[in-house]
Design a protein around this ligand. Structure first.
Ligand code: FE
Length: 213
């Protein structure tokens, strides 16, 4: 007769679990399998989305928008007034982002973006969101202790700089326009865009570097 060893069974369970993906990843995979199985979506479509957002869009579109706002005051005014309409001028393919609001850092104001409810993010401008953006810790702490969170990202703000935290939703997402670095006079849009990082447009970075200068 087969014997049942509780310790062996526990060991086996631990072994199996260590090879399973994390809960959210598993749920996503299950959902994807069901959608494909029921014929709601083709697997090639999902692959194409992932590739588009991770390989082709990246944060480059957002960087182009920021660079133009630095060199073109009329565009900057339109961007701050209605970011959705202003960004439409670029004619980017796809529009998964919905309404957008641009918020501008100044010498006395810093902006930080979060989605406390889930992980809303301006995908069509910044590509795939970083894992930390979706973490429970970031979502909770960005609101409760933004200065501490910023400091952990290497942004130590003096008290003279205020922090405003914007909570994204499915309807309204945000783009931080970082400050244009000094010593970039005369740079063209493409050269400026290369300085703009994803984190600066989320607000977890503040001062852009100009090593190339
Ligand atoms: Fe969300």
């Amino acid at each position: 007769m087969a014997t049942f060893d509780r310790e062996d069974a526990a060991k086996l369970a631990r072994h199996l679990h260590s090879h399973l993906p994390s809960d959210p990843a598993l749920r996503t995979k299950t959902l994807e399998s069901l959608l494909v199985e029921r014929g709601f979506v083709a697997p090639e479509t999902i692959d194409a989305w992932v590739e588009a957002y991770s390989e082709h869009i990246g944060p480059k579109r957002g960087a182009q928008v920021v660079a133009r706002s630095w060199v073109d005051p009329a565009f900057r005014a339109r961007l701050m007034d209605d970011a959705t309409a202003a960004i439409a001028e670029f004619g980017f393919d796809g529009d998964a982002t919905g309404h957008l609001k641009a918020v501008e850092n100044t010498d006395t104001q810093h902006h930080l973006i979060v989605c406390t409810l889930c992980s809303c993010y301006p995908f069509s401008l910044l590509g795939m969101s970083p894992a930390w953006y979706k973490s429970a810790a970031y979502r909770a702490r960005a609101v409760r202790e933004p200065r501490q969170v910023l400091s952990e990202f290497g942004v130590d703000l003096p008290e003279t700089v205020g922090v405003r935290v914007w909570d994204s939703t499915a309807e309204l997402r945000y783009l931080v326009v970082p400050q244009r670095p000094a010593n970039t006079d005369g740079w063209d849009e493409a050269r400026l865009a290369a300085l703009v990082t994803r984190n600066a447009m989320i607000g977890t970075a503040r001062h852009l570097k100009t090593e190339a200068a």
